[in-house]
Design a binder for this molecule. Structure first.
Ligand code: SAH
Ligand code: DHB
Ligand code: MG
Length: 227
């Protein structure tokens, strides 16, 4: 297993970029502090990844965004801030306590009227959305339980239009996805997702390495415009 990744240098580079481009404002910082004080895990995207989500949403001209995995609303706030006045973020969360904290954080960040949190297991919520014809969405962000990522992908494709962008977090897992014989559920979920993307007939994809306390990766897929 290669382990020559220089975490100190990578961290310094991440900090350098964050100071120049991605500094969270007071509402985002307070939201993270409150979430931590309420016992939520610190597994939100980094500031730089949040800024990347914000930029991608604008590049897509996204008006309707669907997020799977709300937590305290950190990534959701970056997305919502990229939306036009009549845009909407729907974000799915299984834990009502997380949803409650996210609601408070969205309101404080000034995006309360652009955000809707749906509580429930995301597989159930997504299936209901497909049944009710709630698509299409312009942009998706998959960031919940890793073992269900492939199922989430298939449901997101059903809620997409040609040109929709599908993002998914945590697909490199400090290089553990390179291990052929892993038994770790999150690694197996990421490997299955990465292989599904690579083989998908209707998606063009890449995984972008992301610096955290370890090396991770964000996938970017576009739903092909030709049939
Ligand atoms: N996107 C957030 C982080 C999400 S962490 C951010 O970057 O700020 C993953 C979240 O997914 C947690 O809040 C967890 O409760 C939620 N989750 C886990 N399994 C889920 C499921 N089956 N359905 C919906 N949400 C789920
Ligand atoms: C975990 C989940 C995430 O979405 C993330 O970005 C980092 C860690 C986790 O479950 O440990
Ligand atoms: Mg994540």
């Amino acid at each position: 297993m290669p382990d020559s990744f220089d975490q100190t240098l990578a961290h310094q580079i991440d900090q350098y970029i964050e100071q120049l481009f991605s500094q969270p404002d007071a509402a985002l910082v307070q939201g993270l502090q409150d979430a931590q004080a309420d016992g939520l895990p610190s597994i939100n995207v980094s500031a730089n990844e949040g800024k990347l989500l914000y930029l991608i949403a604008q590049m897509c001209g996204a008006k309707r965004i669907l997020e799977i995995g709300t937590l305290g609303g950190f990534s959701g706030t970056w997305f919502a801030r990229a939306l036009p006045a009549d845009g909407k973020l729907i974000t799915l969360e299984v834990d009502p306590k997380h949803a409650q904290i996210a609601r408070k954080n969205f309101d404080r960040a000034g995006v309360g009227n652009k955000t809707e949190i749906r509580i429930g297991h995301a597989l159930d919520t997504l299936k209901a959305m497909v049944e009710h014809g709630e698509g299409p969405f312009d942009l998706f962000f998959i960031d919940a339980d890793k073992d269900a990522y492939v199922e989430y992908l298939n449901l997101c494709v059903q809620l997409s239009h040609p040109g929709s962008v599908i993002l998914a977090d945590n697909l490199i897992r400090n290089g553990r996805v390179l291990q052929a014989n892993s038994t770790e559920v999150k690694v197996l979920g990421a490997q299955a997702y990465n292989n599904a993307l690579a083989a998908h007939p209707h998606l063009d994809s890449l995984i972008l390495p992301i610096i955290r306390d370890y090396l991770d990766g964000l996938s970017i897929s576009i739903v092909k415009r030709e049939a």
